[in-house]
Design a protein around this ligand. Sequence first.
Ligand SMILES: Cc1ncc(COP(=O)(O)O)c(C=O)c1O
Length: 364
Amino acid sequence: MTVEQLISFARGAPSLDIVDVEGLKAAAVRAFDADPSGVTAYGTSVGYLPLREWIAEKHGVGADQVLVTNGSLQADAFLFDHLVRPGDAVVVERPTYDRTLLNLRNMGGELHAVTIQPDGMDTAELRKLLESGVRPKLAHVIPNYQNPAGVTLSLEKRRELLDLAAEFGFTIFEDDPYADIRFRGEALPSMLSMDTRNVVVHASSFTKTVCPGVRVGYLVGPADLIGDIAKKATNLYISPGMVSQAIVHQFCVSGDIRRSIETVRAALGERASVLAESLRRHIPQARFVQPDGGYFLWVELPEDVEVDQLAPAAAERGVAVVKGSDFVVDGGRHALRLAFSAVTVDRIDEGVRRLAEAMEAVRS
Ligand SMILES: Cc1ncc(COP(=O)(O)O)c(C=O)c1O
């Protein structure tokens, strides 16, 4: 199978055609021209200061509440390392981002998975868990266009979660890299912006709005927590990459980022609806919630389809998917995550057709 023939619904990464390569090249030139000493020096562990300020303004917080990291996965890892000790209870969504599960498990966290519904985490189930005596250190929540389920946490549930965190004394970790990739509907306020009781730590990223290769993400939280994590970051790597952060800063202040977000939104909105149509046509038994934004669509298949068999059968036909079981502590045997971010519209229907063929092969 040649690379050209492979249709990959596996990776949560954008295709090259929606990355503003020319804009990034120009931003790099401006960054070196405008601030050669800042771009080429070590800098400090809180990140490139002008970008830190831009992010602070975007979120309406003080710059001392922002730590700019090498991608938001590093922000996640810093927060977990800071708050979670072996044996600590941690709430995660079911299903959730596979690397979150892996990292929390490796740290010895005791994971409590709370079901995701079409409007986000089942807050009644969470309340029951808390009332049963479980006292989590944090709840990890991906509020917008969730990875992998594609769903968005409703405003009502955002309020409920904030109340539960205050009542039961845990931190909400709002892991929010997809917020700006909205195809339809109104943007909902972040829990960070709704928080009056200091219960939220927020992470986001330029991976989905600029490109993954810049490796620029960030953490926003109380200044003392950010200060403590910044000290650990200094010991770990002195400072994150100033060159890429300065390029992202130029890309942001010039307004290029707004155009880039529009490009990504338009392309991914079209890909999501083509994918949904193709699924209805080729796999009518598939159940899914068509996302309002983001990169992913979660598909539930009939009980007689085992994804352990389906994924290799699809790979043989040149289609890559990720098994639902990767996103849950146990179960997920009849579900798939389909990323539509990297497949152009002319390839989506063919990818789903091959997937349907693989499904029929493993069922018979
Ligand atoms: C929910 C979530 N958090 C964090 C990340 C990590 O993103 P990055 O490190 O590229 O910013 C991802 C990437 O897919 C994600 O889906």
